[in-house]
Write a protein that binds this ligand. Structure first.
Ligand code: FES
Ligand code: FE2
Length: 363
């Protein structure tokens, strides 16, 4: 399929993404294969598989890829990300987190060890060339970072190419000691294309107009954006009296009153670090005009919750949703095709669109 979504690398002349990208269900489906099957996805917390001999089923991109996976830590302590689909007739293997010495399929009792090797199958005595490598469970590349699991079906680049800049920049933050706050979990469903939600996240240009409350906590004049290969960082600085990080001397941000680090990792992960901890947003495309966004909180300093840039997150989210859903309706217009970028405030959106165009062009 031709993908005429080229974006000029020069932001000062570039036209933005064509409305057809957001409108065409065939392009949405193409993005599922060329973008979401090739990028690193969040698989949740690693705590349930911390101990040797533990198993935890996970779904890669629920509502989009729906790939059944299984995190397995063997007795030697090696963590793997296996397929959770039996290699015999395709039954799902493990339904809930558990401790086990082996994986046994409930359908015809095929067994695997925790490294994914098939070890036993009843009534296969006459089968030739059996077992073969294809009878073992396939494995996916995976990464465990600060208690969070990631996996990818066919990654376009190693995990570090996507997340390494964030890992280095925030190496001084004790993210692994942040505590999950299930009571603060929120799932939002938005009547809009997933990329419109991301577009909106990637620019601070709208903050003064859409988020008057947030604007009071931030110093909009010093809001800055940095681009990396598959990620970008927006830094918001705190107004006087608002909560701020105190980055150590080794950090390039030392001496600045950082209110928030907003890290985005292509295509759909947002790591928002506030002085209280981490608000992780996972954008899940469910249909061409339907997106679910998971908000997960990990608290480092409970005393700072509900203050500053990381305070009224629900309010900010509602404000974003309303404008993103209005843009979705705008995409149906016969009179709108594509806009332009602010060279000073929309570098992140331009970068995202260039990545989208690049991934869609790869066969
Ligand atoms: S499907 Fe698993 S043993 Fe048959
Ligand atoms: Fe916003």
């Amino acid at each position: 399929m031709p993908t005429p979504f080229a974006i000029d690398p020069d932001i000062t002349v570039a036209a933005a993404m064509d409305a057809a990208f957001y409108r065409d269900p065939a392009v949405w489906a193409l993005a599922r294969e060329r973008i979401f099957a090739r990028t690193w996805q969040w698989l949740g917390e690693g705590a349930p598989v911390a101990a040797p001999g533990s198993l935890a089923p996970r779904t890669l991109l629920p509502g989009l890829l729906d790939e059944p996976l299984l995190l397995a830590r063997d007795e030697a302590g090696v963590l793997r990300c296996l397929s959770n689909v039996c290699t015999h007739r395709g039954n799902l293997l493990v339904a809930a987190p558990c401790r086990a010495g082996q994986i046994r399929c409930g359908y015809h009792s095929r067994r695997f060890d925790l490294a994914g090797r098939m070890t036993f199958m009843p009534e296969f005595g006459g089968a030739r060339d059996f077992p073969a490598a294809a009878d073992d469970l396939p494995q996916l590349p995976h990464e465990l970072w600060q208690g969070h699991c990631f996996a990818a079906l066919e990654p376009a680049a190693p995990w570090n190419a996507f997340f390494g800049d964030m890992r280095e920049r925030l190496s001084w933050l004790p993210v692994d000691r942040f505590v999950p706050a299930p009571g603060r979990e929120r799932d939002y469903t938005i009547a809009a294309h997933w990329a419109l939600y991301v577009d909106n996240y990637l620019e601070g240009l709208h903050i003064p107009y859409v988020h008057p409350g947030l604007n009071e906590a931030l110093d909009y004049g010093t809001y800055a954006s940095e681009l990396f290969r598959y990620a970008n960082l927006q830094i918001a600085y705190a107004r006087e009296g608002e909560p701020a990080f105190d980055p150590p001397a080794a950090s390039p941000d030392h001496g600045r009153r950082v209110a928030a680090y907003y890290w985005w990792v292509f295509p759909n992960l947002m790591f928002n670090f506030y002085p209280w901890g981490l608000s992780l947003n996972v954008v899940l495309p469910e249909g061409p005009e339907r997106t679910r966004v998971l908000f997960r909180s990990y608290v480092g300093n409970p005393a700072l919750l509900d203050a500053g840039a990381g305070g009224a997150l629900d309010q900010v989210e509602r404000e974003d949703e309303a404008v993103v859903e209005a843009v979705q309706r705008g995409m149906r217009s016969r009179l709108y095709r594509r806009g332009r970028y602010s060279p000073s405030r929309e570098q992140g959106v331009h970068h995202f669109h260039r990545l989208l165009a690049g991934f869609l062009q790869q066969e």
